[in-house]
Write a protein of this length. Structure first.
Length: 182
């Protein structure tokens, strides 16, 4: 694999899109309630709305194969450690929050690297007809939910919030600067 651009257009898009009203909450809901890889979902939104090259079902599967090992070895374990350190726990010192902040920063860097891997993959794929975001969402492989019940209502609301934010992307892509460009 060639050297990654950690500050690429997909990273900048992800930061801008995530900052839109309702997007962070929607992404966290989809991550927590539907076990979705938000990076893959953001990549699908970017491909559809910015690159104007929606992902096909084959693309979704290939993207997952490209990033699954990295995600499983870095992003998910760091997220689990961060979550364990969040609430006060018997036997954990008060200073656990200092470690939690370091782990949180490492998790963000791991996600940034996953976005760079994804952007590199997007640049190499052949454009073809693709799917809507709801269809892509249904195809994104889910993490092991460990028997957790899904809140379908919350998932539907989160998807609607993302679709609303995607309309913002369409409006801004028509401006002189492309959404995600600096």
């Amino acid at each position: 694999m060639s050297k990654l651009d950690l500050d690429g257009q997909l990273w900048r898009f992800a930061l801008e899109f995530y900052a839109l009203p309702g997007v962070a909450e929607a992404c966290l809901t989809l991550q927590d309630q539907a076990d979705v890889d938000v990076i893959e979902l953001l990549a699908a939104i970017y491909a559809e709305r910015v690159l104007l090259q929606p992902l096909s079902s084959e693309d979704v599967a290939d993207l997952h194969r490209q990033t699954a090992e990295w995600r499983g070895a870095t992003v998910l374990p760091l997220r689990e450690i961060r979550r364990v350190l969040k609430p006060p726990r018997d036997g954990f010192p008060e200073e656990r929050h200092l470690l939690r902040e370091k782990v949180k920063a490492a998790e963000l860097l791991a996600e940034q690297i996953q976005l760079a891997i994804t952007e590199q993959w997007l640049g190499q794929r052949a454009a073809k007809s693709g799917l809507s975001i709801r269809e892509v969402f249904a195809l994104i492989p889910k993490d092991d939910a460990a028997g957790q019940p899904r809140n379908e209502r919350a998932i539907g609301i989160a998807l609607s919030a993302l679709e609303t934010a995607m309309e913002h992307v369409i409006r801004n892509c028509g401006n002189s600067k492309k959404f995600g460009d600096q």
